[in-house]
Design a protein. Structure first.
Length: 310
């Protein structure tokens, strides 16, 4: 299933690249759906197969022994899985290094504004330069130390943005995308799709605030106030990360509208290609010939006397 997954992800990445060039605010759930298909693609291997004859021998088309492929994949999986574990541990360290904030009325106001009833912790981290949100079961928003100097409007915009990630469950989708990257570490298209997804999450949160009635110019000013380069683990989302500030301001100036109609066709096309490719089995002509016994030999065996001694 390596070749079908490579071809499928390449086609999906190309289609996504074409659409993103027209509108960067594509719904990130579409990209996650494409990545999720890569997780279930091996299950499609159980579907009926249609054999396609190809010239030559597939086994001799590569100098890499097929027996080495599982070992190479396992080494890469262990390496990237270990890095993901380090990221999880680093977020636990962030929790120990930060302090909890309980006396911020604007935080409770933004929670009510977005109708978020689940518990979300607000913490101050001394080494951060931009707001960051992390945590699947228990989300935490980390603010930099200098956030106490922000204007009330800037602080409110920052909190609304990070809570938007919580409301949309972007962290769950980001974790799924990272799992796909660990499993398909050898596939550059998968890593590109993940980076594109993270950018789409930022655009989606920006557009969500604009749709809720936030003045795009006010929000753009807040971005300029807080948007510094933030170093955040892959399992978290930073307000200033993944998308250049200039592109986000241009997007907000255009009205911050998202496009999702054309993406239903993208999901249908990529899913159809995945199913179609999983149902095709390439068989070399030489191997096909070996599977079919010569007609003369078949007739001889059919007409032979099973008891020649009688």
């Amino acid at each position: 299933m390596i070749i079908p997954s490579l071809v499928f992800s390449l086609l999906a990445a190309f289609a996504m690249w074409v659409f993103v060039r027209r509108n960067p605010a594509i719904d990130p759930r579409v990209t996650v759906a494409i990545l999720a298909l890569l997780l279930i693609l091996p299950l499609l291997n159980f579907l009926p197969k249609y054999s396609v004859l190809v010239e030559g021998s597939i086994g001799n088309s590569t100098s890499l022994s097929p027996s080495l492929l599982p070992s190479i994949w396992t080494l890469g999986f262990l390496f990237f899985g270990f890095r993901a574990l380090i990221d999880v541990l680093s977020m636990q360290r962030w929790n120990r290094e930060s302090r909890l904030v309980n006396d911020l009325p604007v935080f409770q106001e933004t929670l009510s504004e977005l109708s978020i009833s689940r518990r979300v912790d607000l913490r101050i981290h001394p080494r951060l330069t931009s707001p960051v949100v992390s945590g699947l079961i228990r989300p935490r928003i980390y603010l930099p130390e200098n956030s106490t100097d922000w204007s009330p409007q800037t602080l409110r915009m920052a909190l609304l943005h990070e809570l938007g990630h919580v409301q949309r469950r972007d962290l769950w989708m980001a974790t799924l995308a990272h799992i796909v990257c660990v499993l398909h570490w050898f596939n550059p298209s998968v890593w590109w799709l993940r980076r594109t997804f993270l950018s789409q999450c930022e655009y989606a949160c920006d557009a969500h605030l604009v749709e809720k009635g936030t003045d795009p110019r006010v929000y753009a000013n807040a971005l300029c106030d807080v948007a510094q380069s933030a170093s955040a683990p892959p399992l978290s989302l930073a307000m200033a990360g993944h998308v250049p500030l200039r592109e986000r301001i241009i997007f907000l100036s255009s009205g911050g509208r998202r496009s999702s109609i054309i993406l239903s066709s993208l999901i249908l096309a990529t899913a159809s290609s995945a199913i179609a490719m999983s149902m095709v089995r390439f068989v070399p002509e030489r191997a096909k010939a070996q599977l079919l016994a010569p007609i003369d030999e078949v007739e001889m065996r059919f007409n032979a006397d099973p008891f020649p001694g009688n």
